[in-house]
Design a protein around this ligand. Sequence first.
Ligand code: HEM
Length: 578
Amino acid sequence: MGFPALWLNIVSVRFCLSHSFSSRNSCAFSKAYLGPKAWRCGWKEMFSRPALGAMACLVSVQAYIWPSPQLDALEAVRFDQAGFTTLGTSLSTFITPCDLFVFGTTTGGANSGRSDAADWIRTAYHDVATHNVRDGTGGLDASIRFPEEQVRAENSGNGFANTVAIVFAEVNRYVSMADAIALGAVIAIENCGGPEIPFRGGRIDAAEANAPGVPQPDQSLASHIAAFARQGFTQTEMIGLVACGHTFGGVQHDFFPNIVGELNLTTDTEDVAHFDSTFVHFDNNIATEYISGTTQNPLVVGFNHTTNSDKRIFGSDGNHTMLSFANSLEHFTSTCANLYARMLDTVPHGVELTEVIQPLSVKPVNVKLVLDGDTIQLWGVVRLWNMTTDPTRTVQVVWQDHNDGTGNSSLTFVGLSSSTGGKYSAAWYWFNPTLPFGFISGLSAAAGIQSLSFIVNGKLEDQDGHGFAVQDAFMLSQTSCSMGAPVVGRVDVAVRNGVNVTRVYLEQIGTDSVQRVSITEIDIPRPAQAITVNSTYSLWSMNLTDQGMEFTIGAEIDGVKYSTTNVLSFLEFPLCGT
Ligand code: HEM
C-alpha cells in the first residue's frame, strides 16, 4: 500500500493549489507546505513574480482561476456533456434519450422498462445511505463498487454494477469514482427534466465496504425515520428525498418478486412496475398521482402491504409534504434540487468538498508546450461557454513571454458542445488556424511563455487580469523517441536553465489494489553533465521499456510540485534517429 499514501500527498498539494483562489476552507498541510504566498497566488505569480509580497496577489474571485488540474477535470465532466468535447467519453451519451438502458437485451434497451438514468440515481443514494452522522462513517465514497456491498439484500439488483461499469470511464487522478457516481446522478437528473444541481467535487473513494444501512421496503416507518436521521435527514426531508428519487424508475419483478409479479408486457420486458407514469422524466407526477389516488407506485399500492414503504413514508405527516409537492411543480423541483445536492454531498467525516463548480466562461483545455529545438510548440483548444456557432466571431490567443513580449494567433472554430439537455452550449476553437489537432509553432524558447489570454470579438479575456498561467520550466522535448521490437522508448524532458528545479520525474498512472488511481513517481536522474538543447533548455532523459506505461511529467520547483496534464505513452513518440 505504498502508492496511496504517496498519492494522497500529491493530491493534497494539487487540491490546495487548485483552491488558492476559490476555497475559503483551510488547508493546513498545503498552506504550510507551499507557504503563505503560494497559498494566495496562482501559478503566474509563483513563477513570474517571486519578488512581490504576499499582499500583491491577494484577490477575491468567485469562480476558480485556471489552471487547477482537479477543478479543470471535474468541470469538464460536469459541463462538457455532449457534442464536441475533449473527453473520450461523456456520461450524457448513456442517458440520451432518457429511456436508454445500455444493458438491455434489445438495442438501447428499448421497451425494457429500465433506464441507465434510474440506475445511476439509485446507485448514488445507496452509496450515501450507509452514512452515519454520529460517527462520520459511510456516505458517498464509492464503497458501493465493492461486491461485498452489492451482494447485500439491501442492495438487491444489478443497477449498481451497471452504474459503476459506465461511470468508471470518467475516473482519473483528479476525478474519483465517488465523484463520478455523483456526477452520473447530477447529469441524469438534469438531462431528464430535473433541476440544475449545485455540484461539488473532491469525494474520496473508500478502501473497503461500509457498514450496512440502506433502508429496505419491508422495514417499519420508525426504522426508516431512524435510518434517514442517521444519514442526516429529517422526517420531512425523508419524504422529499424518497419522492425526488422515485420520480424515476420502478421496482423489478426479477429482484423483488414479493413486490411485483410478472407483467408480461412487450413494452416492459424487464417487468418493472414504475413509481409514476413518467418514469424516465423528472416531474411531480410521483406526488400528483399519489394525492389524486391514481398512483400505480408498487411501494404504495403493492399487493404486499408489508413492502408498501412509500405509502407509509409519504403519509407519515398526514400527506402534508406530498400535497405541497402535488400543488406546485416549482416547489417540488426546488426542494429536490436542494435535497439531491445534500444527498450527494453526504460524505465521510474528514472529506473536504470543493466549492460548487461553475463553468469557466473561457477555458483553455489540453494546453501543452513541447520543446522543438530552439522553439516551443503551443498546443491546445479553448472553450467559450454559453456560445453558439457564429461564423463572424473572431478568437485570438495571445501569449506573454518572460521579456514582457507578446505574440498572437487567430484560432479556428472546431465544434460545439452542450450540457444540461441542450440548455447550454459552448464553442470550441483550436490553437492552430490551419492544422487539425495542430499547434502553434515557432515560439522562441529563449523568450519562453508564461501566460495566455484570449481576445474574443475584440474583448480581452484574461481572468480579470490574472492571465491563464502556463509554466514553461519543464516540458516534453520533441527529441523523445521510440524504436525497435519490442518497442523501447526514451523520454527527454527539457528543463529551463536558471529555474530551481530540484526533481524531475515521471508520474506513472496506475491503480491500487482497490481500483483507486495511484501515481508512482519515477525520478529521472539529474544528468551528470548538462545536455543543452539551446541557450535556455537542457535535457533530463530516461529510457523506458514498459510499453503499457502511461505517464505525465512532474517536477519539483522551489519545493512545489507541478504536473503536466496530458497523458503520455512512449509508443506515441517518433522513431529515434529520424
Ligand atoms: C425508505 C427509503 C427507500 C426505499 C425502501 C426504497 C426502495 C426501493 C426499491 C425496492 C426499489 C426497486 C429497485 C429495483 O427494482 O431495482 C427502488 C428503486 C429506486 N429507488 Fe428507492 N427506495 C428508497 C429511497 C430512495 C431514495 C432516497 C432515492 C434517491 C433519492 C431512491 C431512488 C430510487 C430509484 C431512482 C429507483 C429506480 C431504480 C430503477 O428503476 O432502476 N430511492 N427503491
